[in-house]
Design a binder for this molecule. Structure first.
Ligand SMILES: [Zn+2]
Ligand SMILES: [Zn+2]
Length: 296
């Protein structure tokens, strides 16, 4: 590494199932985040537009045919093969002794997409909360069609960010899922779905405030993206509503209010993470570093 990166840490705000629907409702926090950095509203998801395939590509930097991740497998608890030639960015940092964390509303990211061998502070409501809260989360999800997984993720995360023991954190992946759940329950673009996007906006505000209060604002690269949108009550296909996503990046050296003019994909996140933390982007990566960030 020939230079000292200004980025002490990278934080990925992984907002499940948002597509580009946030442009249809007031989202002051997301709008302000876009204005504070460089963004693209023409980014694309990988196809099939499913969560395991897309978060897999975001975290491993390769297309689904390489990482091989599928929703059914990760939800069945199958761990990512430690011998797979396409490791996650977490595993790629294993030699650095970095402090890393992954706070996810969908536990399969921690159990099936990130390798089990990865040493990181991993949290998910359904694997870390007590049985009463887990029962309530499942009840809200299955019977009331009003998922509230994100609330516990955000509150545990805020405590984590505030804890001075975690000040040396290098990589943080935050995944929120209730918008996607409302898409499945009520329809993508429906009123309950759009209302949940407004709630998501306030939860993102809570996270960004915690980042500011911890003094992490100036030395963090913060990336915001989504895995896919949706059509009807599902996703997985290649319609515009499913494939159209966004990518927004804030941090030192990034011009506020600027546009990412290159064609980007959500999985390009993986290249941004490596670049910002001073690791060479491997030749086998499908994720590309957008030209706008070549001097990160
Ligand atoms: Zn998803
Ligand atoms: Zn979904």
């Amino acid at each position: 590494m020939g230079f000292e990166s200004p980025h002490k840490r990278v934080i990925v705000l992984a907002l499940d199932g948002v597509g580009r629907f946030f442009t249809e409702v007031p989202t002051p926090t997301i709008d302000a985040f876009f204005a504070s950095g460089a963004s693209s509203l023409t980014a694309k998801a990988v196809v099939p537009t499913d969560s395991a395939q897309n978060w897999g590509s975001v975290l491993h930097g390769v297309l689904p045919e390489k990482h091989g991740l599928k929703n059914g497998d990760v939800e069945a608890g199958i761990p990512y093969d430690e011998n797979n030639p396409y490791p996650s960015v977490y595993k790629m940092f294993a030699d650095r002794n970095f402090k890393m964390a992954s706070f996810v509303a969908w536990e399969s990211i921690n159990t099936g997409i990130i390798e089990l061998s990865v040493k990181a502070d991993k949290y998910a409501p359904l694997t870390h909360e007590n049985c009463f809260l887990r029962w309530w989360l499942r009840f809200k999800h299955h019977y009331l069609k009003d998922s509230v997984y994100d609330y516990t993720v955000v509150s545990r995360l805020v405590d984590y960010i505030r804890n001075p023991e975690n000040k040396d954190l290098k990589l943080l992946f935050v995944h929120l899922t209730d918008v996607d759940e409302h898409g499945h329950g009520h329809g993508y673009g429906s009123q309950p779905y759009l209302n949940q996007i407004k709630i998501l906006d306030s939860q993102v505000a809570t996270i960004l405030k915690a980042i500011d209060e911890a003094g992490w604002r100036d030395d963090s690269l913060v990336i915001m993206t989504t895995d896919h949108g949706g059509i009807g009550k599902g996703h997985g296909g290649s319609s515009d509503q499913e494939v159209n996503v966004f990518l927004a990046v804030r941090g030192a050296g990034i011009e506020p209010n600027s546009k990412i003019e290159s064609e980007v994909m959500n999985m390009d996140c993986a290249a941004l993470i490596l670049k910002a933390l001073g690791k060479e982007i491997p030749v086998w990566f499908d994720a590309k570093l957008p030209a706008e960030f070549s001097s990160l």
